[in-house]
Design a binder for this molecule. Structure first.
Ligand code: IFM
Length: 477
């Protein structure tokens, strides 16, 4: 996910404008019961590049993130060690067990399994994920594997143009087939993509994520090829096995008009942003078409039959929610869309994201009312610690408060009819947060970077009690 400013800059680069969504309510109905269903899935989410380290170990090929300049990372760090999870995965799984997690959403690094993105398979890479999966199953933790969490094999970018090339979609489906045939006997739950809109804008328009490109003309092809890749990968998984539960993970971001300025124009700006950020991924998958405002630049990529491939039945929608985006009309910018501020006095986390549980409720309402009420997993939600090494941060009451309030929003939406099957906290251990490096700390567990020793925070115990009972406690006085 991006900061509010980055989101709005991305929208501006997209060259969009449109007209008029309703203003989002800032509140949601109080929960009637604090008890979640017995079969609710309590889990934790991570990704390969942010945790594994071991970038040059056991035949892994480089990814686009391996060569992303350190100068663009806030603390000039890299992910060469990260959480050292490639070597310490058993400790990670023990932490999950200690947390009473029922499920673990991790990602598989495409370049660890197929180092060049296509062609030879790296058996040692497959073996690593096999061990990781077995370790989870031994502890009765259900693996949820994400196939693409932004770490594209570098060869595909350098030699073939990455996601701007339609062929990358076909290669992704081949990789999906490899994963299904090697791990599908034990991994039954798959998320195909992670937050493709972030990858499109941060990686191809703003240049603040790998592959570091700054070309708004890439929005159309990259968006469409990611959607196509997803459809082909779902087909490949289903062709390989009939017993899989398959979904995808989107950064569903409420797009809100700014409070100052000309209201109808701000609403148009918010709607334009929504079309490229949310609608360009939700609509083709769940409705079989691109949103009207996104068609002009995406549909030139469309070939006969593409939409049938993209509109695959899915077993769940993975929703990542962190914060809403605020947009305003800006006559001076090319797109007439500019970043704006949230309402005055809105609280923020250390990542500078607004803390707004009503946004969680809003996206669930939208999925319920506009997209046929699919089964939903909250595949990410969480907040960052203050940028400090103060040991007092272990007593992370603000995270407990954040989680409680967001889970109230989830429960409230469920009481209104949303089909939410589970919640995955981002994340287990403080890790390498992309352009923020190691400064942002989203974990239930801290790690001493010199020794890689892990220490649980107060939120770890709080979540454990929740996962064991399913009961969301009241705020402490
Ligand atoms: O760390 C990221 C993750 O990779 C994708 N979703 C948002 C998280 C926190 O910013």
């Amino acid at each position: 996910m991006l900061t509010r400013r980055e989101l709005a800059l991305a929208a501006a680069a997209a060259g969009l404008a449109g007209c008029a969504p309703a203003y989002t309510p800032a509140t949601f109905p109080a929960v009637q019961s604090r008890q979640f269903p017995r079969d609710f899935i309590w889990g934790v989410a991570t990704s390969a590049f942010q945790t594994e380290g071991a970038l040059n170990v056991d035949g892994r090929g480089p990814s686009i993130w391996d060569v992303f300049p350190r100068e663009k990372i806030a603390d000039r760090s890299d992910a060469a060690v990260a959480d050292d999870s490639y070597h310490r995965y058993r400790e990670d799984v023990a932490l999950l067990q200690g947390l009473a997690a029922k499920a673990y959403r991790f990602s598989i690094a495409w370049p660890r399994v197929v180092p060049a993105g296509a062609g030879a398979i790296n058996q040692k890479g497959v073996d690593f994920y096999s061990r990781l999966v077995d370790a989870q199953l031994e502890k009765r933790i259900t693996p949820y594997a994400t196939l693409f969490h932004w770490d594209l094999p570098l060869a595909l970018q350098q030699q073939h143009g990455g996601w701007a090339n339609r062929d990358t979609a076909r290669r992704f489906a081949e990789y999906a087939n490899i994963v299904a045939t090697r791990l599908g006997d034990r991994v039954k739950h798959f998320c195909i993509l992670n937050e493709p809109s972030v990858h499109v804008f941060a990686g191809h328009v703003l240049g603040i994520h790998a592959p570091g490109l700054t070309d708004a003309n890439l929005i159309g092809p990259v968006t469409h090829h990611l959607n196509l890749a997803q459809g082909l990968a779902i087909q490949a998984l289903r062709a390989a096995r009939s017993d899989l539960t398959i979904g995808t993970t989107l950064a569903i971001t409420p797009s809100r008009p700014a409070h100052d300025g000309i209201a109808p124009l701000n609403e148009a700006a918010a709607k334009g942003f929504d079309a490229v950020w949310n609608g360009a991924f939700l609509d083709p998958l769940l409705k079989g078409l691109y949103p009207a405002q996104a068609r002009g630049f995406i549909e030139p990529q469309l070939r006969a039959g593409d939409m049938e491939v993209i509109r695959q039945p899915v077993d769940f929608i993975g929703a990542n929610y962190y914060a809403p985006a605020y947009l305003r009309f800006d006559l001076m910018s090319q797109a007439h869309i500019a970043p704006s501020d949230p309402p005055p006095n809105t609280a923020r986390d250390a990542f500078n994201r607004e803390i707004d549980p009503a946004g969680m409720w809003q996206i669930l309402k939208r999925l319920r009312e506009e997209y046929g009420n699919p089964s939903v997993l909250i595949t990410e939600n969480g907040c960052s610690d203050p940028f400090s090494d103060d040991p007092a941060i272990q007593d992370d009451r603000f995270r407990i408060d954040y989680l409680r309030r967001h889970l109230e929003a989830v429960k409230s939406a469920m009481e209104a009819g949303s089909r939410v099957a589970g919640y995955f906290h981002w994340t287990l251990i403080d890790n390498w947060e992309w352009a923020e490096g190691y400064r942002s700390k989203f974990g239930f567990v801290s790690q001493d970077r010199a020794s890689s020793l892990r220490a649980t925070k107060a939120s770890y115990s709080w979540f454990k009690a929740l996962a064991m009972t399913g009961r969301l406690n009241e705020a402490q006085a």
